[in-house]
Design a protein around this ligand. Sequence first.
Ligand SMILES: CC(C)(COP(=O)(O)OP(=O)(O)OC[C@H]1O[C@@H](n2cnc3c(N)ncnc32)[C@H](O)[C@@H]1OP(=O)(O)O)[C@@H](O)C(=O)NCCC(=O)NCCS
Length: 187
Amino acid sequence: MLKPDYPLKTARLLLRPFEPADLDDFYAYRSRPDVFRYLYGESVTREECAELLDALVGDDELTAEGQRLALAVHLPEADRVIGSAVLKWRSENDRQGEIGYSLNPDFQGHGYATEAARAMLELGFRDLGLHRIVAECDPRNEPSWRVMERLGMRREAHFRELEIFKGEWGDLFVYAMLEEEYARAQA
Ligand SMILES: CC(C)(COP(=O)(O)OP(=O)(O)OC[C@H]1O[C@@H](n2cnc3c(N)ncnc32)[C@H](O)[C@@H]1OP(=O)(O)O)[C@@H](O)C(=O)NCCC(=O)NCCS
């Protein structure tokens, strides 16, 4: 069970549940095909975006395995939401989780994704008590696996052609971190 006190604060960011007023900022990156190049799904219209946002609003806790917590990444300096960070609770019994992140391209290249993802690792290890957290991406998505490496996660697997992704064979990198590796990195 995880119910954080919001907003979560990092050096430059605030992480908090999405709100209806985030629609413009949410749409600004959810509508961009470049953001979806290596993500499942496609960019969406404003109406579809409003429906997606509705489903996220009120999403502020993890009460059972299988759930995901998707938080808005707010940059006070710009007074707007610049992306999202996700923690998925994969297994209660085995204490496994997964993180993910997306940023508006206008705000990439400043370390914000790494900063937000680090906060999600902290939620997973410190607050939810997870033993292992993974992150996955297409190997061609270098900005994504560079975030994982900056976080100190280890590349554990390169699955080759395990699925048809957007009309062609897709590979998958799996990165992971164990709780003791996280503790050592904090020390
Ligand atoms: C994956 C994604 C979030 C990475 O964004 P990003 O901006 O490259 O990542 P960060 O915010 O951590 O920024 C890191 C970059 O900022 C630079 N940087 C500048 N200031 C920095 C700082 N204070 N701290 C850390 N890095 C900093 C780093 O050098 C790095 O650039 P480099 O890779 O050229 O060396 C982004 O590409 C994205 O949203 N993609 C679309 C969605 C997606 O694919 N998500 C992942 C799904 S698996």
